[in-house]
Design a protein around this ligand. Structure first.
Ligand SMILES: [Zn+2]
Ligand SMILES: [Zn+2]
Length: 287
């Protein structure tokens, strides 16, 4: 496969809510949401949870100047807390655009990041970043074009304080990143089915199981079984189970993985370090 044609996603953080390192989560990982999507030689980052820190360390070790984009689903802490610990922000020759589509018209992204990095919650403000950082607010629903050949469709998701779903289209393939999102038991989100229709891969908020869902139905998260129903209705090729609850240890996730793969062949549970290519068979995956 030619280097220029690469379309892949690498998982640096797969958890929801709060980081949960420890012996019980070592195989699936304890960091919160962060994806690195490679479109040819272009790198796109989705969400800035605690997984952003190891990604930044890997980028810093590489040493090359970075001109990059970070797309946030929303600004709940588990999706932004990695920002102050992202090494490439401290290198003057680097440029970044940070995008958010859920805040307009009530807030500006820059204000929200300043508020997170405000004393006495945090010792230093975003002015400590040496890189050139641009905050780009958009309205979920817009289509973004971060570089030639890459189109990113966006949609508003049903979540407290709202969130943005992303559909990345590159080289004839498509990858949907749908977190955080709630659902109503027994009802199908027709707009979501339409948004992810026919895509090669859908990474979906699977915080709970259907069995657990009644206790948490108003928490703004979904289940892997609902992800499967949406994937079936939308003819999505491959479902990726994501945003794992911190209480779901490796043993629990192993059981989900077996059950899900049996129910819908090709379904995988996201793990830190896993790399997947939308549109490629499972045998081509590596981690
Ligand atoms: Zn979350
Ligand atoms: Zn959230």
């Amino acid at each position: 496969m030619g280097e220029v044609e690469t379309f892949s996603v690498r998982f640096w953080g797969v958890r929801g809510s709060i980081a949960c390192p420890g012996a019980e989560t070592v195989r699936y990982g304890g960091n919160t949401s962060c994806l690195e999507v490679s479109c040819g030689d272009r790198r796109l980052i989705f969400d800035a949870g605690t997984g952003l820190r190891p990604l930044g360390d890997a980028m810093a070790a590489n040493g090359a100047p970075v001109d990059g984009d970070i797309f946030l689903t929303h600004t709940h802490l588990d999706h932004i807390y990695g920002l102050p610990f992202f090494q490439p922000f401290f290198v003057a020759r680097n440029r970044f655009r940070i995008w958010a589509g859920h805040l307009k018209p009530d807030y500006a992204l820059k204000t929200v990041v300043c508020q997170m990095m405000m004393s006495p919650l945090f010792p230093v403000p975003p002015e400590v970043f040496a890189a050139d950082i641009e905050y780009r607010d958009f309205a979920a629903g817009e289509t973004l074009q971060p570089a030639a050949g890459i189109a990113i469709k966006t949609a508003l998701l049903d979540h407290p304080d709202r969130a943005t779903g992303y559909r990345v289209e590159f080289n004839g393939r498509s990858l949907c990143y749908i977190t955080d999102i709630g659902h109503v038991a027994g009802q199908r989100d027709a707009a979501l089915v339409d948004f992810v229709s026919g895509s090669d891969m859908m990474i979906y908020d699977s915080t709970y199981t259907d069995e657990e869902f009644p206790q948490f139905s108003n928490f703004g998260h979904s289940t892997w079984q609902e992800g499967m129903r949406i994937a079936d209705a939308a003819n999505v090729d491959r479902l990726v189970i994501f945003h794992h609850d911190p209480s779901h240890d490796d043993t629990f996730m192993d059981a989900v993985a077996v059950e899900a793969a049996a129910a819908r062949p090709g379904t995988v549970v996201a793990r830190e370090g896993m790399e997947l290519s939308p549109g490629s068979p499972a045998s081509g995956d590596s981690d």
